[in-house]
Design a protein. Structure first.
Length: 146
């Protein structure tokens, strides 16, 4: 399993925590930046992560900004990607089970580290349910073609 991770300046403080959490579980992590707290524009990093996930079949991503909203909006503009803004373990589990999300988005200014840990655990351990949900995911992906 491989994860790509990117943030903006408002999410960078959580990045090392998340990277350590994943690597301690034996998961490969590629850090796509940024590497300082200097101001950057979140769409640049959301696009970089979303394209990496799209091109690397079976991989996943984590995007962190102040709220997670901007990252999720920008990442979802990349064809073939489903990025989900999650606020707790339940929303993370549903993002995987019902929407087959490949990218987890959250906000450093919104979630404490304990919640982040539970969100990531739910995202990691929940499998897509398929069935009617897979049919709906296909419909979502078809929207991109119109």
């Amino acid at each position: 399993m491989k994860f790509y991770i990117a943030t903006d300046h408002a999410g960078i403080e959580y990045k090392d925590f998340v990277k350590d959490l994943l690597t301690n579980k034996g998961i490969e992590v590629e850090d796509l930046g940024p590497y300082s707290t200097d101001r950057v524009d979140y769409p640049d990093y959301a696009e970089k992560c979303a394209k990496a996930v799209r091109e690397d079949a079976g991989s996943f991503g984590i995007l962190i900004c102040g709220t997670g909203i901007g990252m999720s909006i920008a990442a979802n503009k990349v064809k073939g990607v489903r990025a989900a803004l999650c606020h707790n373990a339940y929303t993370a589990a549903m993002a995987r089970a019902h929407n087959e999300a490949q990218i987890l988005c959250f906000g450093q200014r919104v979630l404490g580290l304990g919640v982040v840990e539970s969100v990531i655990e739910a995202f990691l351990t929940t499998k897509p349910e398929g069935g009617r949900h897979a049919d709906r995911v296909k419909k979502i992906m078809k929207i991109e073609d119109n």
